[in-house]
Design a binder for this molecule. Sequence first.
Ligand code: SF4
Length: 276
Amino acid sequence: MINVTDSFVGHVLNIYLARATDREVLNTKVASGGAVTAILNYALDEGIIDGVVTAKRTNGLEGKAVVARSRKELLATVGNKWSIVPFASRIKTKIEENNLNQVAVVCLPCQAQFFGQMRDFPMLETDFGERIEYIISLFCMGTFAFETFINYLYLNHGIKGRDVRDVSIKGNIIEVYHPGGVLKLPIGEIYRYLQVGCLVCTDYTGSWSDISAGVIETKPGWTILLARNKKADELIKNAKKRGYIEVRDGSSFIGEVINGAREKLARAQRNMMCMF
Ligand code: SF4
């Protein structure tokens, strides 16, 4: 029998609420608790991994793939990226250029699927997949069709793309931070500016990952972590033991994650019916 967790968010071994103990990490990751950054700090400090491939916001909403090898470099990558960063195509080069042998990849669910398949079922003669130690996927409801969203912001609200400092979701409101303040937009209004592919994407949490991480409305300031296998579970537990994160049982919050997953699946089904 498939249980409700498996059918909506994939296989999950343990569910935690976690947050960083490091004040600097907490201050830069106020909304999410910074648990992913703290766990990766621990893995770098202990030599469990030699680099983290992740996305860094560069200009407004734009981002690029970067390698972080230290706490300082990791902290420089925090913040939401709302345009998809095409790093699946660049990761092999990044890993080789930086001579990395054990990397953690922080990515979106669609990218987690690519990396998971490369690692577990390599199709090419390459050692690229073998070098991926951990895949950490962030919950995702979609990324913007960049140019279109930027045009919308400028034409309707006079905000230039390069001036966008951050974007975050609070309930059904998207907040766009810019030099003049915070623009609050109902989520329904900006759905039309998401990538078309996102509108038919069914994976909210990244079921191909080792750890899925995200935020839930009822626990701001905490990261909810889904450990999908024993190795991932041990990483979280050891980061706690070494004092990098504080952890609570998160199983009673899985309903909120399933709601997000169900909503995304229903959206995809509705959109697929319209498209085909
Ligand atoms: S909604 Fe799906 S396709 Fe779009 S960025 Fe997120 S995971 Fe990728």
